[in-house]
Design a binder for this molecule. Structure first.
Ligand code: SDX
Length: 372
């Protein structure tokens, strides 16, 4: 095998075909629809249905999808009991990894054809939202709440976490983040899910694998890491000083850069516009000064642009969501993209098995243990 076939991190390597999202041709499309158009004119539920079925739902189909989500929202007692036993300091992403795997033992859906997988994906989408909210309640010394009929998926998460119906702005902004987070072609966690699918393993295993991959701060964990970075500053001046030193070093600034986007992430632009309105409405302009104090030198000097995680961290923070929920909310959305890719991979599968360049010791004989 020749060296030139090797690309670290598979950068620039085409690892498959997909009809689900188009990421790197100057725009982001979900099944042909521009993300800006979906963000403006659709909800997360419509986008999730689009990813799973390939077409936007009509009124009847959307009602059916939402009814199925609602039907699958209740968490079994066994899951609530397990949630009570997980120690409080365990990060929510680790809780999700365990609980999705555990929930799989009580999976009420059957079969493995595409329709069965869409049903299981809908069940997982409902369960993940419920697990996040239930864990949040238990950590705050409160009992998990049943779903409240008539709320959106985003609204349901906020209601079941906080115990009060969310204000329209919070529900709309969280819904927007769920649309933006839902799908992004062969990113690390989706590729992990496709690799698991390619061995003919099951959807729940692929979702658990996706959660494990997304947790990392180089991937979905960046929304929490970016807010942790911003939280250390009391003023824009402090942030300006910090970024100077940081850029002198080789450290990565969380929420910036992207393997595919080299001139900016469409999703970051869309979300940042809404974030600026949110900050203005909440009289939190000084947070945007800090945000810009980090962003401006990254863009103007390093030409490294914010990715979706940079505005998302501060958006969730200004919506009073705890940091530990940020990447789990990414999971609550991306489970739909991971599932769409699992269905696509299963329909036209070849097991993933790349090569490697051996750099270990040359062949050698095994010496008797007495002479080692
Ligand atoms: C997501 O793939 C997807 O689609 C992912 C995602 C999705 O929707 O699924 O979009 C979600 O994961 C967004 C990314 C979130 N991660 C972060 O914000 C973490 C910080 N970002 C970096 O770690 C980095 O930009 C990556 C991981 C996102 C991309 O890594 P690459 O493509 O391997 O880029 P690289 O590390 O090779 O960087 C190229 C150059 C380097 O400089 P040199 O060493 O060549 O001089 O750019 C520099 C890097 O040092 N660079 C950064 C930087 N990102 C790249 N320098 C400082 N801060 C950064 N954030």
């Amino acid at each position: 095998m020749t060296e030139e076939a090797y690309s670290p991190g598979l950068a620039g390597v085409i690892a498959g075909e997909t009809a689900i999202a188009c990421v790197d041709q100057g725009k982001l499309l979900y099944r042909g629809y521009p993300i800006a158009d979906l963000a403006e004119n659709a909800t997360f539920e419509e986008s999730a249905y689009l990813l799973l079925h390939g077409e936007l739902p009509n009124q009847l189909q959307l009602k059916g999808f939402k009814d199925t989500l609602d039907r699958y929202r209740p968490l079994r007692g066994e899951l609530i009991d397990a949630l009570r036993k997980i120690p409080a300091p365990v990060p929510m992403m680790d809780v999700l990894r365990s609980m999705v795997s555990y929930a799989g033992h009580f999976d009420p859906t059957n079969g493995t054809d595409s329709d069965d997988l869409r049903e299981r994906a809908t069940w997982l989408t409902a369960q993940i939202a419920g697990i996040i909210a239930a864990r949040f309640r238990l950590l705050n010394g409160k009992e998990p709440l049943d779903a409240k009929p008539g709320l959106s998926h985003a609204g349901q998460i906020l209601y079941q976490a906080h115990g009060t119906a969310p204000d329209d702005l919070s529900a709309k902004l969280v819904d927007l983040t769920l649309i933006l987070y839902a799908e992004h072609d062969f990113n690390a966690s989706t590729f992990a899910a496709r690799v698991i699918c390619s061995t003919m393993s099951d959807l729940t295993s692929a979702i658990v694998g996706g959660i494990g991959a997304l947790k990392g701060p180089l991937h979905g964990g960046a929304n929490e890491a970016a807010m942790e970075m911003l939280q250390q500053f009391k003023s824009a001046d402090e942030a300006r000083l910090w970024i100077r030193e940081a850029l002198a070093g080789k450290g990565k600034i969380m929420g910036f850069g992207h393997r595919v986007y080299k001139n900016g992430d469409h999703r970051a632009t869309i979300l940042e516009r809404e974030l600026r309105k949110l900050a203005a409405q909440k009289g939190q302009g000084e947070w945007m000064d800090i945000y810009d104090a980090i962003k401006d030198p990254m863009v103007n000097e390093k030409k490294i642009y914010p990715n979706v995680d940079y505005p998302c961290g501060l958006t969730y923070y200004l919506l009073d969501l705890p940091l530990d929920l940020y990447t789990p909310l990414f999971v609550a959305s991306r489970v739909t993209g991971w599932s769409a890719h699992f269905i696509e991979q299963a329909a036209n599968n070849r097991i993933y098995r790349p090569l490697s360049i051996y750099t270990g010791p040359a062949e050698r004989a095994v010496p008797p243990i007495g002479s080692r």
